[in-house]
Write a protein that binds this ligand. Structure first.
Ligand code: S3P
Ligand code: PEP
Length: 674
């Protein structure tokens, strides 16, 4: 399933269970990439996260002259060995704090020491995320840093300076721990001749992220000496040494959504989460303790977690969340299922992350009917007395989208409403396949999984329309014609004649067919092009008239109705297979148009064709389809008719989406600002 652009509607969810594999940790991935890029030689990185945040780091390293190869599932980074290969670059770092802050420190030191001019920028929100404390720590060292728009914020320009490293370096840690992390990762670059001391001013937040930094520095040969959280010393002569190969753990913050799903909805089957466990170096693994306090039953393995529903409803908690700032957002979503009021404190940093997360969470959770109280550094959530369907703004914040998806379990707490996630692609920051993963381990009542059917005669463009709609809605796509064509192809290959109904039905029943990445695979072989051949098409039309064959394919077609929804195109989708579909479209076009489209399609594939005979053939097929006794081709009584003879594909798609929106619980207004 492709994540749609505008919104994703999640039907009410009933249960969670099964196995999910986590993507790599963002915090580890970007640290490992930077350290591999700064040290000498090659580092093979396994299980790297592939997402927007790591993409900007990879692009930046490439722009700086690091060689990055793909070797099977691994990435191999050849580092700079502490010497700038490129003296000037403009680096775009999106909204990745783990790229902006550490790269700013490393390039500020390198540019000051070796000469150079680097500009670091990001998305507009990145230019509102503070970096002043890091700039203030680096300037006294002789780094030349200019804030190009507002003092204390990116974009930044970094240029030649004169380094003075004798005095301890002071940094504030109460706005973000990433400033200290940035210094710890960058300063070994200049620690050859003297030890370097960093002193933290004030209370350090998000401390466990410093533990990740120290653990990974150790893997790269740097052993930092420390006195609590106040003083860190990088010994003289420190130099990065590649570990050769390093594997990235699954992301513990990403695990939190599935831990929550298990705590809320794994009542029958446990939810197994693979990729992190008790051996994790990520602080967010301590989300497990918070989830347990709310009632989750969690068994920890070294690299996996098994979650079951424990206490139900969940128990409200009051918790200082400073140590788990990211995963704490998930507790706010779990609070929707708790008895009483959950209070999450010491989370002021939420206000300077991807969005003002305290404000955003308060506004959006209220839409479900929850009572939410916010303060400068806390949030209190009391569950809805009555659940309301809501369209949730995500503010380009991946965690807002992932947290909001958990509200779809509302049937387990007396609700029965779908959840609309606006701009769901924001999950690309750290977890591009989030919704696939979620739908892989959750279940809704079949009749709540929405279906949109598109029926119509041959060459009416229903396949094109169906797949475009599925893409826009983020739904699965069933091209039911392909099932008949694949049965026909299999029959042709096995020499079974169309007249042998029982034998063709047996082939249909056991059809080893899969749809994957726009390909149709028959027994593992890509037959997408072959299915379009006229011989296959005309046999398909003949066997589609056989009742036993149609019956054999019913189960297979019904099985396509999976979360989050289905667009099914064919000839009897709305009349026979999915008679309860929320929207049925009957697509037509005149035979002249259809013959001309089919002609173009064949010619573009290098297959010669005669337009007149195609048209005669189409009309003969229409007659056969309309008059067959089983499931004849006709519009369902409640179908919307769409004649696309004079319409572009985009116009047809927009028309159907308008109809679709009108039958949704939210109505079309819910997608706009409200
Ligand atoms: O160092 C890191 O990898 C991170 C530190 C935390 O930021 P703060 O230190 O700003 O709280 C966290 O929120 C962020 O997602 C990742
Ligand atoms: C705060 C986050 O990201 P960043 O690394 O950009 O700070 C986050 O992922 O929740």
């Amino acid at each position: 399933m492709a994540t749609p652009r505008a919104f994703l509607d999640i039907p009410p969810l009933q249960a969670a269970g099964g196995t999910v594999r986590l993507p790599g940790s963002k915090s580890i991935s970007n640290r490992v990439l930077l350290l591999a890029g700064l040290c000498a030689g090659r580092t093979r990185v396994l299980d790297l996260l592939d997402s927007d945040d790591t993409q900007v780091m990879l692009d930046a390293l490439r722009a700086l002259g690091c060689d990055i190869e793909t070797d099977g599932a691994a990435r191999v980074v050849t580092g700079l060995g502490g010497r700038l290969a490129v003296r000037e670059a403009r680096l775009f770092l999106g909204n990745a704090g783990t790229a902006m802050r550490p790269l700013a420190a490393a390039l500020a030191l390198l540019a000051a020491d070796q000469g150079g001019r680097f500009e670091l920028s990001g998305v507009p929100r990145m230019h509102e995320r503070p970096i002043g404390d890091l700039v203030d720590a680096l300037r006294p060292l002789g780094c030349t840093i200019t804030c190009l728009a507002n003092e204390g914020y990116p974009p930044l320009r970094l240029e030649r300076g004169t380094l003075k490293l004798d005095a301890p370096i002071r940094v504030r840690g109460d706005v973000s721990s990433q400033f200290l992390t940035a210094l710890l990762m960058a300063l070994p670059l200049v620690a050859a001749r003297q030890s370097i001391t960093i002193e933290v001013d004030g209370e350090l937040i998000s401390k466990p992220y410093i533990e990740i930094t120290l653990a990974l520095l150790a893997r790269f040969g740097i052993s930092v000496q420390r006195e609590g959280w106040q003083r860190f010393v990088i010994p003289q002569g420190s130099a990065y040494r590649s570990p050769g190969e390093i594997a990235v753990e699954g992301d513990a913050s990403s695990a939190s959504y599935f831990i929550a799903a298990g705590a809320i909805a794994a009542a029958d089957t446990p939810l197994r989460i693979e990729g992190v466990g008790s051996a994790s170096i990520q602080g967010d693994i301590r989300f497990v303790e918070a989830a347990r306090a709310m009632g989750a039953d969690i068994t920890e393995e070294a690299n996996a977690l098994v979650v079951r529903r424990g206490a139900w409803p969940l128990t409200a908690i009051t918790l200082d969340c400073n140590h788990i700032p990211d995963a704490a957002m998930t507790l706010a979503a779990m609070a929707l299922y708790a008895t009483g009021t959950t209070r999450l404190t010491n989370i002021a940093s939420w206000r300077v992350k991807e969005t003002d997360r305290i404000a955003a969470m308060a506004i959006e959770l209220r839409k479900f009917g929850a009572t939410v109280l916010e303060g400068t550094d806390f949030i209190e959530v009391t569950p809805p007395a009555r659940w309301q369907a809501a369209a949730i703004h995500t503010y380009d914040d991946h965690r807002m989208a992932m947290c909001a998806s958990l509200a779809a379990f509302n049937p387990l707490a007396g609700g029965d409403v779908p959840v609309r996630i606006l701009d769901p692609r924001c999950v690309n920051k750290t977890f591009p396949a989030y919704f696939d993963a979620l739908f892989g381990v959750t279940r809704a009542r079949t009749d709540r999984v929405p279906v949109l059917t598109v029926d119509g005669p041959t060459a009416s463009g229903k396949g094109t329309l169906g797949s475009a709609l599925a893409e826009r809605l983020g739904y699965h796509h069933l091209d039911s014609g392909a099932l008949y064509r694949a049965t026909a192809l299999a029959a042709l290959r096995q020499g079974v004649p169309a007249g042998d109904e029982a034998a063709v039905a047996a082939i249909a029943r056991a059809l080893p067919l899969r749809f994957e990445n726009q390909q149709t695979l028959l027994a593992g072989e890509d037959v997408s092009d072959e299915l379009r051949h006229e011989a296959v098409g005309s046999l398909a039309s003949q066997i589609a008239a056989l009742p036993a064959v149609r019956q054999a394919l019913v189960e297979l077609q019904l099985a396509f109705r999976r979360l989050p929804g289905l667009v099914a195109d064919g000839r009897d989708m709305g009349t026979v297979i999915f008679p309860g579909a929320a929207l049925k479209v009957f697509l037509t076009a005149n035979s002249e148009q259809r013959a001309s489209r089919r002609h173009k399609q064949l010619i573009s594939k290098g297959i010669s064709a005669n337009i007149e005979s195609l048209r005669a053939d189409l009309e003969a097929r229409d007659a056969r389809d309309q008059h067959r006794s089983v499931a004849p081709l006709r519009p369902a009584e409640d179908a919307r008719l769409l004649d696309n003879s004079a319409l572009s594909v985009e116009t047809s798609v927009d028309q159907v989406l308008d109809w679709w929106d009108a039958v949704q619980p939210f109505g079309s207004r819910a997608t706009h600002e409200d």
